[in-house]
Design a protein around this ligand. Sequence first.
Ligand code: HEM
Length: 380
Amino acid sequence: MQVVFVLFQELQRYIGFTAADEVVLQGLHSKLQPFFPAIVETFYARVLEHEDSRAALTRGEKHVGQLKGTLVKWMNELFEGPWDERYVERRARIGRVHVQIALPQHYMVSAMNVVRVGLRERLSQVMAEGSKEAHAARDAVERICDLDLALMLHTYREDLEAGQARAERLATFGALVGSIGHELRNPLGVIETSLYVLKGRTTDERSTKHLDRIGQQVTLANDIITQLLHLIRERPLASTRVDLSELMTGTLASTAPTVTLDVSPGIHVEGDPTQLRQVLVNLAQNAVFFAGESGRVEARLHRAEAGLVLSFDDSGPGIDPSIRNRLFEPLVTTRAGGIGLGLALVKRITERHGGTISASRSTLGGARFTISMPAIGATP
Ligand code: HEM
C-alpha cells in the first residue's frame, strides 16, 4: 500500500470523514455539478489576477482553457469518489505536477479556499439554511476539501525530502568530483605535452588534423574540470568596485554580439569581476543557444529599489517543465552536449554576491532569467 494512502486513511480518521460523508457527497454531486464551471471561472480569474500565480502558467495563458476542463473533472471526482487508493494516487499526481512547475506551496491553501467558498455559496442556494441535511452537507464538503488539500501539500513534503536526499548526494558527489578532478589534471597534462611534441614532428595533414582534434577535446576536458572545481570550491571572492554596466556591455560585445542590450550606465557593485563575467557569459550563451540562429535574445540591466535587476530573455522553446524545479542544480541540462554546470555556477556566484536568481517565462516566448543583486549606492 502506498505511503500516501496510509496517510490519507489516517487523516480520514482524524478529520472524521466516514462512509456517511461519502453518501452525502455522492448525493450532492448532481445538485452542485451545474455550478462547477462558474466556480472554476472564479478560480482561474483569481490565479490570473496575481502576477506570481500567473507566472506559474508556464505554457501561457492560452493553456488555461484546458486547465479549466481538468479542474471541472477534479471537482466531479471530489464528489463521485470512490475515495480509494487510486483516487489518492491521482490526487498525489496532480500535486506532483504543481511541484514540477514550481508553483509555490502557499497558493494551494488559498486556491483550495476559493473552491471551498464557491461550494459553500452554492450549497446555501440548493439547501435550506440551518437544516440537518445542510449541516451534514457542509461538513462533508469541508472534510473532503481538507483531505484533498492535505494530499496536495504532502507532495510538497515529498519534494522537500527528495531535495534533501539530493543535497546529501550532491555533497558526496562534490567531494568525489574534487578528488577525481585533481587526479585527471595530471594525465591530461601529460597528453597535452605529448601532443605538443607529436605535432612538432608530424607533417602529414590527416595526422595533424587528428592531433588538433585530440587537442580540442583535451581543452574541453580541462574546462569541464575547471568548472566542476569552481562549483565545489568556495573560491574567495576577489572583491572590488565593479562597473557592471561596462562589464556587461564589454563582455556581451565580445562573447555574444547578437544579443540586444538595454543597459543603464554607471551601475556599480562590490564583487569579483571574473566571476561576474562568468555569470554574464553563461546566461548569454544559454539564451543564444536556445533562441537558435533566427531567434532573439535581449539582455537588460537597470537599477531597482534595493539594488539592480539584470535579465536575459530569449525567444527559444522555454524551460522544460520536467527540469523546472531542478534548473539550478548541477548536472541538470536539456542542452545537447551540455553537462549542466552553467546555471548551477551562475546561481552560486549570484548568491555569493548577495543576489538571487529566478527563471520565468519570457514575453519573447522562451525563458527569462532574472538576477536581483545589491548595488553600490542603492538603499538596501
Ligand atoms: C485547489 C487547488 C488546485 C487544484 C485542485 C488543481 C488541479 C489541477 C489538475 C487536476 C491539474 C492537471 C494535472 C495533470 O496533468 O495530471 C493541474 C495542473 C496544473 N495546475 Fe493546478 N490545481 C490547483 C491549483 C493551481 C493553482 C493555484 C495554479 C496557479 C497557477 C495551478 C496551475 C496549474 C498548472 C499550470 C497546471 C498544468 C501543469 C502542466 O501540465 O504543465 N493550479 N491542476
